[in-house]
Design a protein around this ligand. Sequence first.
Ligand code: GTP
Ligand code: MG
Length: 227
Amino acid sequence: MAEARPDKDPDAGPDAEALDAARRLFAGPCDFIAGAAKADSLPPAGLPEVALAGRSNVGKSSLLNALTGRKALARTSQTPGRTQQINFFDLGHRLVLVDLPGYGYAKAGRRAVRSWSRLIELYLKGRQPLRRVLVLIDARRGIGPHDKTAMDTLDESAVSYQVVLTKTDKLGKDEGTAEEVAERVATEIRGRPAAHPEVLVTSSATGTGIDNLRATLAALALPAQLG
Ligand code: GTP
Ligand code: MG
């Protein structure tokens, strides 16, 4: 594995070796292990976990599918609020990817929204193997009030998280480049104690940023078995 090198440009992104290792990890098996709609149906904690959080419709399931190269590993839908349970996927017995229900979808009814948030909060605050939460933000919409509330919770609970911009292929000319949006968002979250300073740029539709995100996730996974 590549060690952090003092002479390495921090903006250079993962090196070829890291990208290659990540590609191998994500080319391997990825299997659904459990869906939990209630706290008592969470699978036993084991491998390191990375969870995808974000508003309904932000593209969590699509990103999971793009990362794993499967068209329908996680169900995607044009109807917000479709993913109503926490879904766990085992990636090569080295990392568990966790698809969280979207927050901020009012039409599901107040009670439903509340119970999803309670389950998510319980999971986020109490999950020992949780290494990082990816907070997905629609590049066109930026950080909204629900995202701020979610990041407040993560900051208060000292759960490490990283912002990932989604749907960057949909940015219009007058909205700036994905990198400019990422810079604005990075400035906005500066000072949040549990936020990773680097904001990642992705598009599940075109594949932009997927390799980089894979490398970020591979660095959080258990090391590959030798031999
Ligand atoms: P919930 O499970 O309801 O919280 O939604 P989600 O966050 O899982 O969103 P999902 O992946 O289902 O995507 C919602 C919609 O956005 C779908 O119509 C996707 O096809 C679309 N979408 C997701 N990612 C992208 C992207 O990178 N580019 C474009 N153009 N559309 C996307
Ligand atoms: Mg979903």
